[in-house]
Design a protein around this ligand. Structure first.
Ligand code: NAP
Ligand code: ZN
Length: 352
């Protein structure tokens, strides 16, 4: 084991503070990465504050962060894909059993024995996993992604969660040229969905509760923007969407969006509010609509997404911050005041 620098929270109400954590020494398939940038996902906030206590209670101290890009510093003897000096990335998962039908299908995100990047039992150390608000991480090769060299690294970090979480369901539900696509909530995930929808050639309509984000929505690639509290504007789109991606992190009226789907249209929830959402079944019965969920994406698809971003010059719009500003960043994220992802410059951790 070796000591790594990190920022952790000691309880659901504590601010982040500098910490030292133990990371494992390299096993033969392991890659050690010096972390350069780590995005701040709303899931980090949910977990740091124990907002998912029912499903995934937070183990403290907690070091969040699953949007990691960095440079390989060491590799184990059996590693074939990476060498020291390579750019590399790690997303929300760091391990899975590799043998179940889901893993064999390249859908590690559904493996019953996967390991999430933080706040998850760590089968190597016997403790809990620690995420990317840290200066380094050790991950088995299969869960390390290659970062195309033309991507800005601070903006590439959020692709590892916000990117794949929106890319994967859009691909799964066949978003393509001519599709009419809705994106609900213009945050970290939502703004990536707008960029992907635009790149796939879809007609993209953004639903936002923040009128101040309207110009940005157009700049990001939206064809139309609807202020969600405006009933008249909402009504105009009734029964017209092929696909809607809902990336809202809090309780809200899902039925208003279900009613906007056309026959056989689908709404996929990627936002993860803690409380159940009441769904009016009649909205689904009429027009055979479907309501589903999606979680991140498999490793092969994550690499496909990174390569797609490389070809289409897509990265996240980021506000780069030093780690010392992480508490302030969380307050702003809780207020939907971020354009559109915080990306922590991990060089700032060196001065701790
Ligand atoms: P974010 O940056 O905070 O964006 C969420 C957006 O939702 C906000 O910008 C805001 O958009 C809207 N919103 C917030 N509160 C709202 C409310 N009370 N009513 C209606 N709209 C509201 O968060 P994020 O990082 O994109 O994450 C979004 C959600 O996805 C979180 O719950 C997160 O845990 C979850 N998530 C899921 C996965 C997965 O695999 N399924 C992966 C990552 C994250 P407007 O200002 O435009 O209204
Ligand atoms: Zn995330």
């Amino acid at each position: 084991m070796y000591n790594a620098k990190a920022y952790s929270v000691a309880s659901s109400t504590s601010p982040f503070a500098p910490a030292t954590i133990a990371r494992r020494d390299l096993n033969e398939h392991d890659v050690r990465i010096e972390i350069l940038f780590c995005g701040i996902c709303h899931s980090d906030l949910h977990q740091a504050r124990n907002e998912w206590s029912g499903l995934m209670p937070t183990v403290y101290p907690c070091v969040p962060g699953h949007e990691i890009v960095g440079r390989v510093t060491k590799v184990g003897p059996a590693v074939t894909k990476f060498k020291p000096g390579d750019l590399a990335a790690v997303g929300c998962m760091v391990d899975s059993d590799g043998t179940c039908p889901e893993c064999r299908a390249g859908l590690e995100q559904f493996c019953p024995n996967f390991t999430l990047t933080y706040n998850f039992p760590d089968k190597y150390t016997g403790g809990v996993t620690y995420g990317g608000y840290s200066d380094s991480i050790v991950v088995t090769e299969h869960f390390v992604l290659s970062v195309p060299s033309n991507l800005d690294l601070a903006g590439a970090a959020p692709l590892l969660c916000a990117g794949i979480t929106t890319y994967s369901p859009m691909r799964h539900w066949g978003v393509a040229k001519g599709s009419k696509v809705g994106v609900v909530g213009l945050g970290g995930l939502g703004h990536m969905a707008v960029k992907f929808g635009h790149a796939f050639g879809a007609h993209v309509v953004v639903f936002t509760g923040s009128p101040g984000k309207k110009d940005d929505a157009f700049r990001l690639g939206a064809d139309e923007v609807v202020i969600s509290r405006n009933a008249g504007e909402m009504q105009k789109h009734a029964g017209s969407f092929d696909f809607i991606l809902d990336a809202v992190a809090a309780e809200h009226d899902i039925n208003a969006y279900i009613n906007m789907l056309r026959r056989d249209g689908n709404i996929t929830m990627v936002g993860a509010p803690e409380q159940p959402l009441p769904v009016s079944v009649f909205g689904l019965l009429f027009r055979r609509r479907s309501f589903s969920g999606s979680i991140i994406g498999g490793i092969a698809e994550t690499q496909e997404m990174l390569d797609f971003c490389s070809r289409h010059n897509i990265v996240s719009d980021v506000e780069v911050i030093p780690i010392q500003k992480v508490n302030e960043a969380y307050e702003r994220l809780a207020r939907s005041d971020v354009k559109y992802r915080f990306s922590i410059d991990m060089a700032s951790l060196k001065s701790e």
